[in-house]
Design a protein around this ligand. Structure first.
Ligand SMILES: [Zn+2]
Length: 151
């Protein structure tokens, strides 16, 4: 399962009761995206929640794809957001805290940790493949990214 399947709405129960419907916990579940980002549903949420939901929409759901929000870009952007926090030197617990503050989302820090480990391993693999092929630039770029994540 991708890390984006393990990102949850922090105030899930509250949102479900404000919308008077059941809604999946996972924010990137198709049903959640459909339910949360309909204007009339949004209006039913309290102000703080609305702000965070809108913040999330602005930051991750802003592409013009016809299949938005189901085009895959929101997940890609969220992964970049997580990696960006890591590059700033944050550990899994701090990353979970920040996504809570930014978007009222949570994840288990163990899941974030394995996601970060996997990302480092993927970059290692890219690096050694590029080295074998003597693609110096690609190898260097993977190496730099890996070091940024491993600090
Ligand atoms: Zn898109």
């Amino acid at each position: 399962m991708a890390i984006t399947d393990k990102i949850y709405l922090k105030n899930h129960r509250q949102i479900a009761s404000q919308l008077e419907t059941s809604i999946p916990k996972s924010v990137f579940s198709g049903a959640t995206l459909d339910l949360l980002f309909q204007g009339e549903n949004l209006a039913q949420l309290n102000e703080t929640t609305q702000e965070r939901v809108l913040e999330f929409a602005t930051d991750f759901l802003d592409c013009d794809c016809q299949s938005n929000p189901h085009c895959g870009h929101p997940e890609e952007k969220f992964i970049r957001y997580l990696l960006g926090l890591r590059e700033q030197g944050l550990g899994p617990d701090a990353i979970v805290d920040v996504m809570g503050d930014d978007y009222m989302l949570y994840a288990y820090s163990g899941d974030v940790l394995s996601f970060l480990d996997d990302s480092v391993r993927t970059l290692e693999a890219v690096e050694s493949l590029a080295d074998v092929d003597e693609r110096t630039e690609a190898a260097d770029s993977a190496r730099t990214k890996r070091r940024q994540l491993s600090r």
